[in-house]
Structure formats: structure tokens, C-alpha cells
Design a protein around this ligand. Structure first.
Ligand SMILES: O=C(O)c1cc(=O)[nH]c(=O)n1[C@@H]1O[C@H](COP(=O)(O)O)[C@@H](O)[C@H]1O
Length: 427
């Protein structure tokens, strides 16, 4: 907690623990920081000073409140009330666990900032990602916490109309319910952040062969995408300077870098393909496509590389392809889904035409989208944004030539992004 206090550069004169559970922590912090501590009594003594606040202090000075667990924030406000009566100022609270049951909001209303070591969301994320609890169990816990906070909330307390803040567990596609499930996977957390921040579920496939042209295109449309997909092996002048500029653009425009490599070999070969050769894919790509045809070992190898903490954070498994006559039928998709379900720490989602599953923990990425044409004469099959999102149930559209070969790629990217996002949000 002292590190958190220093990191947040909180200004204070005294340390005050919320009686009684937080007093030992407050005492330790006061001694570590060599800061004076005040004691707030639960109730004034019937004799002696009869004061609620013990210790030596000057009015107008600042108190940093220490609490162990914050639920509604009521006991903190009680402590602050007593301190204010003595002319003391309270602006910051440090707690160990924020149960996220209304405490932050209630304190914010009083101009109080709550800084927590860990939140309930972070704990649940860890429990799900470590397979300690299932995603469904997580939703039940969150519904229970939400119910409890509604039960404790002031509006409910003063008899205001009941609001049912819980989402039924089958409303898994509601973003508020689905968000915590998606955030258990590091890549999906990254993608979702950009999607919700930039209001876009558009991934543009920049299938150009010249790095300057690629970088110019990305610079112009970067504001409208959550991801940029490349076939690095078609770029004639692919080199480190390209990777550096691409990475800079991804940070500036906040998008995920997607290497469409369609890995489909033995584990050893895949590990070499991700880390060697002229591409060094894992050094710059956050996500890579993987075929399920070699079976589960390929995912273990991709995970081995993800664990090396390079740029690579996740993979998309091919469930179905858009090309005419593709062999990826329903049976193939089902087998891909089984592989993915056993490897959620490496498979963030799918490349698919129709969403192969109703599991909200995956993101469903779909190519083959073009509002103006239905084929390119080379086997590609295109359909509309609406069909891709609403009829086929996908999350992210992957669009190439409809944007990159249009008269005005920026305008088309903006249009595709806004239409796709509206359809996705309203699904
Ligand atoms: O994995 C892919 O991205 C992919 C899978 C698939 O089934 N179909 C498909 O078109 N793609 C890719 O998505 C992009 C589609 O580009 P356009 O056909 O120009 O929209 C290309 O980069 C393809 O390689």
C-alpha cells in the first residue's frame, strides 16, 4: 500500500485507519512512511476527552484514510464526517480490495478519490483465466454482487423504485455482461479496449506489397480500425524499419497488429516460423491466424511463443473460410471449436463465416465483406456488413479491397466502421 501511496503521489499530513479492521494496516503504513497517525473511535468515550478523533493534529490539515475492504463506502464516509467536524480535510482513500459495489461512485460524489490495490474484476479475471472458476460461475458471482450492492444502495434504502441491475446469465451478448468474460484473454482485452474506445469493430486487411503504400494506408485509416491485418510474406521490402513504423502507428492509432500467417504445421516448425526467418512474426504481431488441421499440438507451440512475452498475445483459429468450395464445413468448424475450448489461453477467437459457437468468451472475426461486390472472380465470396454481423453473428469484420482499392479509403473505412459498430452494439 505504501508503494501505491507513493505512486499516486497522494498529498497528506496524517494517516487514519477506518475502525477497526483497517487499524493494523494504518499503523504499519504510518510507521513505514513515518507519518503521524490519528485514531477515529467507533463511538466517543463516556468519560475523559469524549472525543471521536484521538491524536495531535491541526485543523486544515489533510488525512489519508486507510480501509481494508470497500463495499458501499458507508463506513469511510462516517469516518470522514468525524474528521471534518474537527476541521480536517479528506480527499483520498487507500483500500486493499474494492468490491465494486458502489463504493467508488458514492465516494466520488463527495469528492473523495478511492485507490485500491485490487478490484473484484481483477480477482474474477484471474480466477477464470486460471480455470479456478468457470465463466458461468463468474457471471453468477457478479450477479450476486450486483444484487447485494442494489440491496445496499441508498436509492433502494430510501424506498426508491427497485431496479434490477443484474443481467440474466443468458444475456451473455450484452457488452456489459460479456466484457469481463472477454477481458480474461489478454488479446481480447486489448481488442475490446480499442473497440469500445474508438467505437469500431473494423479490421482492415492491407494486402499491399510495398511497405510505403501500406504505411500510408494505415496512417490514413488508422483512426477507424481496431486491428490492421497484414500478409507480411507478400511485402517485397519488409524490414525492421517497416516493423518499427508499423508498431509506432499501432500505438498512435491504438489498433492491434494482426499477422495473417495461417500457420498449419508441426509444433516445432510453427515455433520457428513465429520467431525466425525474415519475418520474426512474434516480435511485432499481437495476433496470428492458425489452422486447426494439424491438431492441438500447434496451439501448445503458439502458446510457448506467447509465453516469451514478445508482441504476440493470442491467435485466431480458422473455423471456416470464405473461398468458394472451401473444405471447412460444419464438422471442421466443430472440431476447431473443440480445440479452442481446450486452449482459451492461446485461442482468442475465430476466423469464420458464420459464428461457430455461442460462447461469448471468444471474438468472432469474419472476412469476406464488401458492400459493392459479391466475388472477385478468384473464389473470394463477399457479403454485406449486415449479413456478416447480424445474420452470421460475428463481432469484427475483416475488410480488404472494398476499402484499400476504393476511390476514398478513409471515407469508406469510416462508413464501414460506423455501420458495423452500430449493428454489433445493437445486436
Ligand atoms: O484469414 C483471413 O483473414 C481470411 C480468411 C478467409 O476465409 N477469407 C479471407 O479473405 N481472409 C483474408 O481476409 C482478407 C480479405 O480481403 P478482401 O477479399 O480484399 O476483402 C484477405 O487478406 C484474406 O487473406
Amino acid at each position: 500500500m505504501t508503494d501505491l501511496i507513493n505512486k499516486k503521489e497522494i498529498d497528506y499530513d496524517y494517516i487514519v485507519g477506518v475502525p477497526y479492521a483497517a487499524l493494523p494496516m494504518a499503523t504499519l503504513i504510518s510507521s513505514n512512511l513515518e507519518a503521524p497517525m490519528l485514531i477515529k473511535r467507533k463511538e466517543a468515550k463516556a468519560y475523559g476527552t469524549k472525543k471521536l478523533i484521538e491524536g495531535s493534529y491541526e485543523t486544515g490539515k489533510k488525512c489519508l484514510i486507510i480501509e481494508d475492504v470497500v463495499t458501499s463506502g458507508a463506513s469511510i464516509l462516517e469516518t470522514i464526517e468525524a474528521l471534518k467536524l474537527e476541521g480536517l480535510i479528506c480527499e483520498d482513500v487507500i483500500c486493499a480490495l474494492n468490491r465494486e459495489q458502489g463504493g467508488v461512485e458514492r465516494l466520488e460524489k463527495e469528492g473523495i478519490r478511492l485507490h485500491s490495490l485490487v478490484s473484484m474484476t481483477e480477482i474474477l479475471n484471474y480466477l477464470v483465466s486460471s480455470d479456478t472458476i468457470s465463466a458461468d460461475r463468474r457471471i453468477e458471482i457478479e450477479a450476486m454482487l450486483k444484487n447485494t450492492s442494489l440491496a445496499n444502495s441508498p436509492t433502494k434504502a430510501n424506498g426508491a423504485t427497485k431496479t434490477n441491475g443484474t443481467k440474466s446469465t443468458n444475456d451473455l451478448w450484452n457488452l456489459e455482461t460479456r466484457k469481463p468474460l472477454l477481458e480474461c484473454n489478454p488479446l481480447n482485452a486489448m481488442v475490446l479496449k480499442y473497440m469500445t474506445l474508438k467505437k469500431t469493430n473494423l479490421c482492415v486487411a492491407v494486402d499491399e506489397t510495398n511497405k510505403e503504400k501500406i504505411l500510408q494506408t494505415i496512417q490514413s485509416i488508422g483512426g477507424y480500425v481496431c486491428a490492421i491485418k497484414l500478409h507480411a510474406d507478400i511485402i517485397d521490402d519488409f524490414d525492421q524499419s517497416f516493423i518499427d513504423e508499423l508498431t509506432t502507428l499501432s500505438k498512435h492509432h491504438q489498433f492491434v497488429i494482426f499477422a495473417d500467417r495461417k500457420l498449419a504445421d508441426t509444433g516445432n516448425t510453427v515455433e520457428l516460423q513465429l520467431t525466425h526467418g525474415s519475418l520474426h512474426i512474434a516480435d511485432w504481431a499481437n495476433v496470428v491466424t492458425v489452422h486447426s488441421v494439424p491438431g492441438p499440438p500447434i496451439l501448445q507451440s503458439v502458446l510457448n511463443i506467447i509465453k516469451q512475452n514478445k508482441a504476440l498475445k493470442g491467435s485466431l483459429l480458422i473455423a471456416s473460410l470464405s473461398s468458394k468450395g472451401a473444405l471447412t464445413d460444419a464438422e471442421y468448424s466443430k472440431k476447431s471449436l473443440e480445440m479452442a475450448n481446450d486452449a482459451k489461453n492461446v485461442v482468442s477467437g475465430f476466423i469464420c463465416q458464420k459464428r461457430p459457437s455461442d460462447n461469448p468468451e471468444f471474438l468472432y472475426w469474419t472476412p469476406g465483406v464488401n458492400e459493392l461486390k459479391s466475388t472477385d472472380g478468384l473464389g473470394q465470396q463477399w457479403r454485406s456488413i449486415e449479413d456478416a454481423i447480424k445474420r452470421d453473428g460475428n463481432d469484427i469484420i475483416i475488410v480488404g479491397r472494398a476499402i484499400t482499392q476504393s476511390q476514398n479509403p478513409v471515407e469508406v473505412a469510416r462508413d464501414y466502421a460506423s455501420r458495423a459498430f452500430e449493428l454489433w452494439k445493437s445486436r
